[in-house]
Design a protein around this ligand. Structure first.
Ligand code: AHM
Ligand code: MG
Length: 331
C-alpha cells in the first residue's frame, strides 16, 4: 500500500470531511515545513552551535535558549508570507506579531510555543513545538491581543511536533487525532499513527513531584491515593513518568495512555503552563482522542482567556483519572 503523506492526508480530509478549507490546509503544511527546519536545528545541536542560552529573556521572565529564538524565527518567517494568516502570537513574544504590510492577510490566527520543554535541549532529551489555529474575527485585518482571546473550543486545528528519537507531527482538525513520522530520506511526514486514542483507564501518571508542598488539597489527596498503590483507595499500583516537556507527556498519553498534571503552585498562583500556547492545543488533541482536560475545576476548552500569556492549571489524559481530580476539586 502506498504511504499516506501529510499532504495527501490533508487533501483527502479537504475532499471527504469538508473540514479543511484550502487556506487552512496550506497553513498546516507551512507549519509542518517550519517544524522540519526546527527538527534539523535540534538534531545538529552542538555541531551547529545552537545549544545554550541566548542571553535574552521572554515576557514571562524566563531565560531564552538559542533554540527558543531560532524556532520562533523559523515559524514567523515560514508563516508570514503565505496569505492564510491575519496574525501570530508566540510564547516567546510580548505582543502579537503583525503580518508585514507587503504580504496578503488571511482568515486565521496562529499561536505557538516554538520550543516546548526547552530545559531539555542541552541534555539531549525530547522537546517539541506546540501550535493552535483560531479563526480571526470577521472583518478584522489588523488583529490585536483581544482577537486572540478566544476559548479553546473555537480552535479549528491544533497539534505538536515532537523532536524525540523520531520527529513526529500529531494533528487534529476536529476530526480525530493522527500522527505522522518524519521520513528524513524523503523529507515527508508519513501517517504512522492513525486515529490515536487515549484509553479511559491507566496505571501511569506524570507530575513534577518537587512542587508537592505547593499543591492544593485536592491534588495532594489525588496523588497521595495513586502513591498508596494496590492497597490504597484506587486499588492498583501506578507507575510515574515525567519528561519535562509537555509535548512528550501528551505524546506518551496518546500512544499508551496516562494522566498528566501541572497543578496550581498554591492557591494564589496559577500553574506554569500557558493557556493559549500549551493547554488549549493539548486539550483539543486529548479530547479529540477520547480523553479529558480540565484545570481541576472546569474544562480547559471552555475557559475564556483574559490575557495572551495567561497561565492555567492543567490535568489531562485518561477520562477516569481526570474525572477523579475534577471531582476532588468540587468536593
Ligand atoms: P517551556 O515552554 O518554557 O519549555 O515550559 C513548559 C514546560 C512544559 O513542557 C513542561 O511540562 C513544564 O514546562 C515542566 O516544568 P517543570 O520543570 O517546572 O516541571
Ligand atoms: Mg512550553
Amino acid at each position: 500500500m502506498s504511504r499516506i503523506t501529510l499532504s495527501r492526508f490533508l487533501i483527502e480530509q479537504q475532499r471527504s470531511a469538508n473540514l479543511l478549507p484550502a487556506e487552512l490546509r496550506f497553513l498546516i503544511e507551512t507549519v509542518a515545513r517550519a517544524c522540519k527546519a526546527i527538527s534539523h536545528a535540534v538534531n545538529k545541536g552542538a555541531l551547529a552551535g545552537v545549544l545554550g542560552e541566548a542571553g535574552t529573556g521572554n515576557i514571562q521572565g524566563e531565560a531564552q535558549k538559542k533554540l527558543d529564538v531560532i524556532a520562533n524565527d523559523v515559524l514567523l518567517e515560514a508563516n508570514e508570507w503565505g496569505g492564510s494568516l491575519a496574525g501570530m502570537a508566540s510564547e516567546e513574544m510580548d505582543l502579537p506579531y503583525a503580518i508585514p504590510g507587503q504580504y496578503p492577510k488571511g482568515a486565521y490566527l496562529l499561536l505557538f510555543d516554538p520550543l516546548d520543554g526547552s530545559s531539555n535541549i542541552d541534555v539531549n532529551i525530547s522537546v517539541g513545538t506546540i501550535f493552535s489555529v483560531l479563526r480571526c474575527p470577521d472583518g478584522v485585518t489588523e488583529p490585536t491581543e483581544a482577537d486572540f482571546l478566544q476559548p479553546g473550543s473555537r480552535q479549528v486545528a491544533a497539534g505538536y511536533t515532537l523532536y524525540g528519537p523520531q520527529t513526529m507531527l500529531v494533528l487534529t482538525v476536529g476530526n480525530g487525532v493522527n500522527g505522522f513520522t518524519l521520513d528524513r530520506e524523503t523529507g515527508s511526514f508519513v501517517l504512522t499513527h492513525p486515529g490515536m486514542q487515549v484509553p479511559a483507564e491507566t496505571r501511569e501518571f506524570a507530575i513534577n513531584m518537587s512542587n508537592q508542598r505547593h499543591w492544593e488539597a485536592p491534588v495532594q489527596r489525588y496523588i497521595g491515593e495513586l502513591l498508596a498503590g494496590a492497597t490504597g483507595p484506587r486499588g492498583k499500583d501506578y507507575n510515574m513518568r515525567c519528561v519535562g516537556a509537555m509535548a512528550a507527556e501528551v505524546h506518551r498519553i496518546l500512544v499508551r495512555g496516562g494522566v498528566f498534571l501541572y497543578p496550581k503552585d498554591g492557591a494564589e498562583r496559577p500553574g506554569k503552563l500557558r493557556l493559549l500556547y500549551e493547554a488549549n492545543p493539548m486539550a483539543f488533541l486529548v479530547e479529540q482522542a477520547g480523553g479529558a482536560a480540565t484545570d481541576g475545576r472546569e474544562r480547559i476548552l471552555d475557559i475564556v482567556p483574559t490575557e495572551l500569556h495567561q497561565r492555567v492549571a492543567v490535568c489531562l489524559g485518561a477520562r477516569e483519572e481526570v474525572d477523579v481530580v475534577t471531582r476532588y476539586h468540587a468536593a
